[in-house]
Each structure stands twice: as C-alpha cells, then as structure tokens.
Design a protein around this ligand. Structure first.
Ligand code: DP6
Length: 346
C-alpha cells in the first residue's frame, strides 16, 4: 500500500541552485521498522547529541513500521502530516530541528514537507519514535542528496530519538554508547541460529502520562537506584551477547527480563516516581511467570508504557501467545517476528 506521501512531479521553480536550493526536485520515501530493546537504553550522557549512558541491544520487529516521504522545496515552511493529521507544536518542532541537521550537512535551506504513515496492526499506543526517526533520517538524507552510509544514517537517526539509531538495521542490533557523535552508533549483531519472536500484550493504547524523554531525565537526575542499574547494563549486555553466540535463548531471556525490571525499579525510585504500570500490567507480568513455570520459555520486557512484551523462541511463539490469550482474555496479543532494517521506496 502507498501509505505515506507521494513523490509527485515538482514545479519548475525548484531548479534554482544559487541560493542553496537543490538542483533537481528532491523527494524520497523510506520505510523503517520499530525495535524493542532487550538490554535497555534509559538515560543520556549528552542531551543535545543524544549520547546514552550505556550501550543497548534490540530486536527490530516486523509489522510495526513507519513510511515517510520528505519533499524539499514544495512548501513555504516545514510541515508534518502523520497518518493524515497535520501536526503543529512539539511534534513539528522536533522534526524541524532534526531537518536542520540534515539541511546543514547538505548545504540547503529549503523547507520540507514531511508525510508519514504508521502501520499499527491493532489498537494504538505503539507508534514509536524509533521507526519514525529512522524513516525520517533515511528519507530526508535521500531527498537532500546526501549519500549516507548505514552507520551515518544510524548516527543521524540517533539525533532524532536515541532508539531510532537501532532501527536502521534489521534483526538483533547493538547500539554502542560511544562518547561523541561519531562513536555513538548502532550495528547489526549476528543472531546465529537463534530464532526469536516478541509477543506484544496490548494493555492500553492511551497516551502515556509522561514522555520517555522527560521520564529518563528525571530518573538520571533524581533516582538513587539509577547508577546501580546503569552499572548492571554493561554486564547484562556482555552476558547477552555471549548467550546469543551460544544460542542460549533461556539465558538471553533471563537477562532481558532482569534488565527491564531493573530499569523500571530505577524509574519508580525517581522523585517523584515514574510509574507506567497499570493493574493489568502486573497481571500480564504474572502470566509470563506462570507460563514459564509451566515449562514454556517466555520472558517479559517493558518500555515507557504499560504494555508488556514477551520474548520467546520463535518456535514457541504461537503456543506462548495462546497461553497469554487464555490468561489475559481482555488483552490483544500479537506475535512479531524479526524485521528488516531501513529500506528506500524507489
Ligand atoms: C524505554 O529513544 O524514545 O524504549 O532518545 O529521548 O528520544 P529519546 O528516547 P527514546 O527512549 C526509548 C527508551 C526505551 C528503551 C529503549 O528503546 O532502549
């Protein structure tokens, strides 16, 4: 389906070159999948450049994607349309600020029309800044005539939203925290024989009470548990990478669940507390434990919201999903398999 905007023929006024505009009409469309962190990113060392306090590891998922078209010079000011709705305020400002980075690199000063469409297979509340900024980085670079490598695209996407740097790549992906713009980028991790799936248990599609950006800032500044959790992240990452190399899904799952609980514990210890959980969240977390007690491999992980995601061996995914549906009849339960990285629509 052609979900995002079209790259329609451009008016001839686009051909001026002397004022920093583009030689040819420039429009591009890119599609990116969302990703779920298994060893989490939570907290920045550098707010402006979005350098994280610790490296993280994620799985890019199929079926939760954003398709974005960027067209330079077709409007008088930057504009943003998401799923057919024109955006103003924070959302538009964040996209404009991101486009400024691209414009500066490309040496252009044209406004851009950005049209974006999300595939949300069920409910709502899973629209992700990761797929959004990965697709925007790709489409904007291409439209601006920048020839960026995947690593450069990852660094750029990071400037829009940290987790977006991982969505440039498919499958398992590691974001090296680094210490500056150049050294902070994501790269694919060989998953060997591992066949993974993530089952999303949709508890609420409502807007979250506090943005992840604000919540992670509060955690870093006020939580006495934060430094302890950050210290655990490097060990968790090393152990997770070793488990992946050994094809040990169970060990990987244990690390995933522990790292997520540690992140939420550090949030809850913030002052005031950051609490994304709802009563149904606890029911879902207990359901995962009981499924595991029944002998099926299933491990929970959660992000900045009440929904629970369950990591499992791909071969167990249908059975785990059925067990979840039995225990949580009011929740929507959906299986996601590993997805591809950024692609361009030509
Ligand atoms: C809990 O990438 O949305 O999903 O960099 O401020 O845009 P910003 O934050 P964002 O945070 C994601 C946090 C997380 C964990 C993760 O994806 O690693």
């Amino acid at each position: 389906a052609r979900a995002a905007g079209d790259c329609a023929p451009q008016p001839s006024r686009m051909s001026a070159e002397s004022d920093g505009s583009l030689a040819a009409s420039r429009c591009a469309t890119a599609v990116a999948n969302s990703n779920i962190a298994l060893i989490k990113y939570w907290g920045k060392a550098d707010e402006r450049l979005i350098i994280p306090r610790a490296s993280s590891l994620s799985l890019t998922l199929d079926g939760l994607s954003t398709s974005t078209t960027v067209q330079f010079g077709a409007s008088d000011a930057d504009s943003l349309t998401i799923d057919g709705t024109t955006q103003q305020g924070t959302a538009l400002n964040r996209v404009s600020a991101f486009l400024d980075i691209i414009r500066e690199k490309a040496g252009i000063n044209l406004p851009a029309r950005v049209t974006s469409a999300n595939t949300v297979p069920y409910g709502a509340g899973l629209a992700s800044s990761a797929s959004a900024f990965a697709a925007l980085a790709g489409a904007a670079c291409e439209a601006a005539g920048l020839d960026a490598t995947p690593r450069e695209l990852s660094r750029l996407a990071r400037r829009g939203s940290g987790s977006a740097c991982r969505s440039i790549f498919g499958g398992l992906v590691k974001w090296n925290a680094g210490h500056d713009d150049e050294s902070s980028y994501a790269e694919p991790v060989d998953s060997g024989d591992m066949d993974l799936a993530v089952i999303v248990v949709l508890i609420s599609g409502e807007k979250k009470p506090i943005s992840s950006r604000e919540a992670m800032r509060r955690t870093v500044v006020t939580s006495p548990l934060y430094d302890a959790w950050i210290d655990s992240c490097q060990d968790d990452l090393d152990a997770a990478l070793a488990a992946i190399r050994q094809g040990d899904v169970e060990r990987f799952g244990e690390l995933t669940e522990a790292n997520s609980f540690g992140m939420h514990a550090s949030m809850m210890a913030s002052r005031p507390a950051v609490l994304y959980w709802l009563p149904e969240t606890v029911s879902a977390l207990n359901a995962v434990t009981s499924i595991r007690d029944g002998g099926l491999g299933a491990w929970s992980t959660m992000d900045a919201g009440p929904n629970v995601k369950v990591l499992t061996d791909g071969r167990d995914a249908e059975r785990v999903a059925d067990e979840l549906r039995n225990r949580l009849p009011d929740c929507e339960v959906q299986i996601h398999r590993p997805g591809d990285g950024l692609r361009f629509v030509r």
